[in-house]
Design a protein around this ligand. Sequence first.
Ligand code: PBG
Length: 330
Amino acid sequence: MTKYGSFPGTRPRRLRTTPVMRRMVAETRLHPADFILPAFVREGVSEPVPIEAMPGVVQHTRDSLKKAAVEALEAGVSGIMLFGVPEESKKDAAGTPGTDPDGILQVAIRDVRAEVGDDLLVMSDLCLDETTDHGHCGVLDAEGRVDNDATLERYAEMAQVQADAGAHVVGPSGMMDGQIGVIRDALDQIGREDVAVLAYTAKYASAFYGPFREAVGSSLKGDRKTYQQDPANVRESLRELALDLEEGADMVMVKPAGPYLDVLARVAQESDVPVAAYQISGEYAMIEAAAQRGWIDRDAAIMEALTGIRRAGANLILTYWATEVARKLR
Ligand code: PBG
């Protein structure tokens, strides 16, 4: 065989020769403990309700939620992030079910906590969009704009009822200015210093939340662009990070994950607390939909997407595939 010069002088392919070689040199590994399962619980239903735009995900009944929590725990998942879907007739302008101790989310927190104790972290979405009749993440002023400071008062109360229900971690996702500080104070004031705050630090106004809006039966008309971030910006996320850390965030999150890996990498570099990323409903739906049509290898695509999120710097990943993937990793 003719030899052309001295190339290749270096052979990176040596480290790709066999599965065990590739496994040994892998720079990124996934572990069940990295995962948090987001889950929906709907008030007043006797059977789980499938979410059309998220094949395989349901709005749980109180009972099926408990089962899902136990399955996540048995698979080695670290936490479950709960979203409550109240009966439509209970929603109002102030999002009252969010602060009612018997609101569906608080009931679900108690249910799950009774089932899993301290073996699975019970986390709760702290936001008003699931409970308001207008669907915004906060309360509105006379002109119909989301009123930041009035919303903070609602969040403070929500944090307290969620903590009283037994949440280990609260997850403020409304992107109001000052929300982390106010929630930390509200928790400390009632002696819940142990309840951690997982801040949705860099949360973008994303089209990929589409399926989630079905999942929580959102009434939103319009968009959330006056409080969620513009996809064009990354510097803004570093500012949000600095504020959340100063206000006492225990963990910070970037959301969505896949289309924002650069943001995730920057936040991971700057943060001195654990960094989470939320692989959201639209990211889930795209892979499931393409796989259903036979256009991609579902399992490989899921692992690749999750590995990318880890590689970009996430310590923790919220994903609707948490239990399935954790089982596979065991
Ligand atoms: C707000 C909230 C949203 C999601 C999580 N928390 C929706 C939104 O901001 O519109 C989206 C999660 C997903 O799409 O999977 N409470």
